[in-house]
Design a protein. Structure first.
Length: 119
């Protein structure tokens, strides 16, 4: 995988593929026209770009993912924390919770995650 990154519109397009895969190229063109008002050429240009990045493949007219949505966004999150907070998850959480207070449910979810990872 060359470079795992996407802009906002590419992310919307990728989510369409992940939600509908495997999907034929013609069906993807129709879906992108409906959802994003894209022309056929735009769809194929963006698809080619995402295939070159190693996120999707278009084989014999069928588009499938090479990396799951979950794995892609996990890698993006790791990259963000690494680049912005020198890899420190506590520093990220401190910065995040400075402006946004966590709900009791969110705190419970985080505690469960911590407990699972402690084992």
């Amino acid at each position: 995988m060359s470079e795992l990154r996407m802009g906002a519109i590419e992310s919307r397009f990728a989510d369409m593929i992940w939600q509908n895969e495997p999907i034929s190229s013609p069906e993807l063109v129709k879906l992108a026209a409906q959802e994003l008002s894209w022309k056929k050429s735009t769809t194929y240009t963006v698809l080619k770009r995402l295939c070159e990045r190693g996120i999707f493949q278009n084989s014999d007219g069928t588009v499938t993912s090479l990396i799951s949505r979950e794995d892609f966004y996990a890698a993006q999150s790791e990259k963000f924390v690494e680049e912005t907070f020198s890899g420190s998850l506590p520093a990220f959480l401190t910065a995040f919770t400075t402006r946004k207070k966590l709900s009791d449910a969110e705190i419970s979810q985080l505690q469960e995650l911590i407990d699972r990872n402690r084992r």
